[in-house]
Design a binder for this molecule. Sequence first.
Ligand code: NDP
Length: 444
Amino acid sequence: MGYVDEVIERVIAKNPGEPEFHQAVKEVLESLRPVVEANEALYRREALLERITEPDRQIKFRVPWVDDKGQVQVNTGYRVQFNNAIGPYKGGLRLHPSVNIGIIKFLGFEQIFKNSLTSLPIGGGKGGSDFDPKGKSDREVMAFCQSFINELYKYIGADEDVPAGDIGTGAREIGYMFGQYKKIRGVYEGVLTGKGLSYGGSLARTEATGYGLLYLTEEMLKCNGLDIAGKTIAVSGAGNVAIYAIQKAQQLGAKPVTCSDSTGWIYDPEGIDVALLKEVKEVKRARLTEYAAARKSAQYHEGRGVWTVKCDIALPCATQNELDLDDAKALVANGCLAVAEGANMPTTLEATKYLQENKILFAPGKAANAGGVATSALEMSQNSERLSWSFEEVDSKLKDIMVNIFHNMDAAAKKYGHEGDYVVGANIAGFEKVATAMIAQGVC
Ligand code: NDP
């Protein structure tokens, strides 16, 4: 058995009941075969794949808090510090009832390679809790966030581990967490990113993941002889990534016609009204039925179905495994040209394979959605300098980073004989830098 297969088997045996983590390890390691085979003796001796698939540490803790009725509630908090070979751990905090250790490990593992791809000095980590901010009062959210930080503060810091937002963790949650960290530690430092603008946040961080997704998609199309202007786009999700992907797509002359949340989806053939979507989701925190009620051209459908709409480009921006093999078949049958992942691992392995076999341009999330973490790293730089850069400055750095990521993954795919396979390219380009750093730093 080859080294890659041995390590995949080992990871599955050592981490039972964590299917998302197994999936992420399989996806990454299988696409690293060309580089692993070229360096097998060295990597085996260094146990490099065993080390890179084992987190530096996994922290799991109780998060008790009091709800508005005076009842004590208990959630579970997690932080997985996966790998800090190239910089402090960096990765978001997910607050969603589905959160468990396997999901946090899959996200933390992917984050290692994504962060490396940005070319910035940040390691990989991820965290969160099974707490659901939906339907909670601001006071309840604050009580949860303070209790979460009461434990997590021991393990994070501007030079150690710098968490950020993710599903369920937006500016409100980051604000409460930052306030509590500052109170406990008595230091004012860039320990979290995604902060408000008045206390160390970066302009363009809110827009960064969605905008970055479009910058990379535009470059990928351009390098394949296609123009994004005039293209019809299907987007899933209606959160931070989806909203700003829709906004930037419109600025680039494309027409996004769908969005979705966990209960239903919108088809708006005249193009999504982004101001209305922001009002419904960012201000009112309401369901998409309110969007449909306010806009004549919009059709609302219960359940899922975004990928059945005829489109040129598909941008999954909601959650993991939301685009399966049947969805991929529908996209291909409808003449879709490109899929770029705004969410983390939204496309199943079978669906990815099908899309690639059918010559759809496919940009994996670790490259396509890296704009968020890249801009978080720019926020860290501004905090260290105690300066704030203008929106234009951050946005232009973001664009350069995304264009570079595309060319790095394109070049790595070509170098190892997989031209056009950006999954292989992104994984190899991200991995090589981390592997070199790990070997240089010895057994640790
Ligand atoms: P948000 O919480 O802002 O939005 C998530 C959206 O996806 C919501 O519309 C939500 O609907 C929907 N959704 C969540 N879970 C499910 C589910 N199980 N089934 C169907 N729909 C679901 O999160 P973000 O936009 O920040 O994140 C979206 C994805 O992008 C995630 O995979 C995240 O890890 C990834 N990502 C985010 C980055 C960022 O900077 N924000 C950076 C890089 C990646 P509802 O409101 O009904 O729950």
